[in-house]
Structure formats: C-alpha cells, structure tokens
Design a protein around this ligand. Structure first.
Ligand code: NDP
Length: 283
C-alpha cells in the first residue's frame, strides 16, 4: 500500500494560522514582533530563502527588515551591525542567512547574535540548552520535523530513529530532539559503512545528506516514517530530496514530499521563534 503523504504545506498552514492570531493579539497589546535578516553576497539560493522568509513574515504580520551586504563586507562590520540589532528594542529575532562567503568565520558571527534573539537556534547557548532539555530557541528545521510528527500523531518513543547527516543545523539537533522524545537514535554520515543496513532498520528515517535521490524504496523498512530534508537538484535541474520518492512511497508508511514537505515547516518555526521572542520581551 502506498505511503501516507505528510503534507508539509497543510501542516505549516495549520501552525501559521495560530501564529498569525498570536501576532494580532500582540499587536493589540502594542507589540509588533520584528525580525532582522542579514544577507551577505549574491548566492541565488540564499536570496530565494530570504525572500520566502520575508514574504511569510509579511503574511503573519511580523515586521521584517533586510540588511544586505556584498561579498566584500568585513567581518567586523558584520559583527557591529549584529551588536546594533542586539540593542534594538524593535527587533526580536536576528537571522544571518548561511552560508557566509569565505573569509568570514560563521561561528564568530553566530556567537555575536544575542542568545535571546537567536531565532534560528544556532547559538551555542541555545544548542546547549536544547541538549540539557531547558527552554530555548530550537533550530527551525528539526523543530519543524518534530511538529510534523506531532501533527500526524506519531510518537517517536521506543522507535529506532536513523538520522542521515550530522550538520550542526539539521542532523545533530534532529537526533537530539528525537532522543528527547525517547527514540533510540542512530546517526549516519559520509564515513558510515554499509549505510543501508541502518536505513533498513529505521522506524523513523530522517535524511539530511544533500544527495539527490540517493535512498530508494529497497533501502527503507516497510511501513517506516520517512522525512526527507534534502533540497537538491536532479540531473534535469529539478528540485528533489535525498529520498527517491517514487520507489520509497511504495515501501514507507509515511513520507514527506520535496518540495512541500519539511521546507514550509522550517519557515513556520522561524516565525514561531520570532513570536516567542517578542512574547518573552514583554515578559
Ligand atoms: P551539510 O552539507 O552541512 O551536511 C550534510 C551531512 O550529510 C553531513 O553530515 C555529511 O557527512 C552527510 N552526508 C553527505 N553525503 C553522505 C552520504 N553519501 N552518506 C551519508 N551521509 C552523507 O548539509 P545540511 O545539513 O546543511 O543540509 C542537508 C540537506 O538539507 C541539504 O540538501 C540542504 O539543502 C537541505 N536543507 C533543507 C532545509 C529545509 O528546510 N528543507 C533546511 C536546511 C537544509 P559528513 O559530516 O561526514 O560530511
């Protein structure tokens, strides 16, 4: 039987409606949530993501500002701008679109953002808080995945979750959040030997490797919950995930499409974190 489609757009809209309601209420109370987006360089994918994020802000009633720099911007100039935004009371969230051009130390830039405005959830303080289970801003993509599972009534408890990819922004935190919900977690990465022996034993399979269609239906446990984070281009230049959707949907129990799966949830959780920050600012 083909898998049930996890419709990221529909789930994102469900959460966006309640976020928009909350923004309305905050605005009535005299508070307009504000997000500052910093974009460096001319990377076209980054430009698209920034446009989508700002468009969603507008739809939610969140005030957003865009600060753009060319590739030649100095690290110090960037750090000073972030400090200004840290001090700006109208700004509740600061997002630096990654990747940054060579020559700028990404860690240094992220660490300059006040943990209280780090709505991407990438600051070491927020990562640390997440690890020990304290309240924090959770990284948007893994957080969005957990919200999708919750919406579908899927409990990770006791399940074997396999996460392919160990980046600081997706793979690692996705595994941590699944662990928090009592899954038994295995991480795989580029040095993992016999990857399919892991993917075939996954009750929940999260793929965030950035490899077009590299996991097919035969590499998936029948009935598994398959979450495809990958955003890749196939040989025809079409957007695709890490999972070969056509074969995987015949084996999986649940599956997310690309596009229309994890992507809309990532932006939604960014909005959620910005509103959470605004709410915190008024106590
Ligand atoms: P990174 O390149 O930072 O990390 C990729 C990870 O995958 C690494 O840990 C790498 O291992 C691992 N990997 C690469 N190739 C293989 C392989 N053949 N087998 C097993 N593991 C492998 O990417 P990101 O985490 O930033 O992003 C991953 C994907 O998710 C990308 O396609 C990206 O575009 C997409 N993405 C989508 C988002 C959304 O909202 N839908 C948001 C963010 C990202 P190693 O550590 O050993 O190098």
């Amino acid at each position: 039987m083909p898998a049930k489609l996890i419709d990221g757009k529909k789930i994102a809209n469900h959460y966006r409606n309640s976020i928009a309601e909350e923004v309305k209420q905050l605005r009535k109370d005299g508070m307009a949530p504000g997000l500052a987006v910093i974009l460096v360089g001319e990377d076209s994918a980054s430009q698209t993501y920034v446009r989508m994020k700002r468009k969603t802000c507008q739809e939610m009633g969140i005030h957003s500002i865009l600060i753009e720099y060319g590739n030649e911007v100095g690290e110090n100039e960037l750090l000073e701008k972030i400090q200004q935004l840290n001090d700006d009371k109208a700004i509740h969230g600061i997002l630096v679109q990654l990747p940054l051009p060579e020559g700028i130390q990404t860690e240094k830039v992220i660490e300059q953002i006040s943990p209280d405005k780090d709505v991407d959830g990438f600051h070491p303080v927020n990562i640390g808080r997440m690890m020990i289970g304290e309240d924090s801003f959770l990284p948007c993509t893994p957080y969005g995945i957990m919200k999708m599972l919750q919406y579908e009534g899927i409990s990770p408890s006791g399940k074997h979750a396999v996460v392919v990819g160990r980046s600081n922004i997706v793979g690692k935190p996705a595994g941590q959040l699944l662990l928090r919900e009592n899954a038994t977690v295995t991480y795989c990465h580029s040095k993992t030997e016999n990857l399919v022996s892991y993917t075939r034993s996954a009750d929940i399979l999260i793929s965030a490797a950035g490899r077009p269609n590299f996991i097919s239906g035969k590499d998936i446990k029948p009935g598994a919950i398959v979450i495809d984070v990958g955003m890749n281009r196939d040989e025809n230049g079409r957007l695709c995930g890490d999972i070969d959707f056509e074969t995987a949907k015949e084996t999986a129990g649940y599956i997310t499409p690309v596009p229309g799966g994890v992507g809309p949830m990532t932006i939604t959780m960014l909005m959620f974190n910005t509103v959470k920050s605004a709410r915190r600012a008024i106590g």
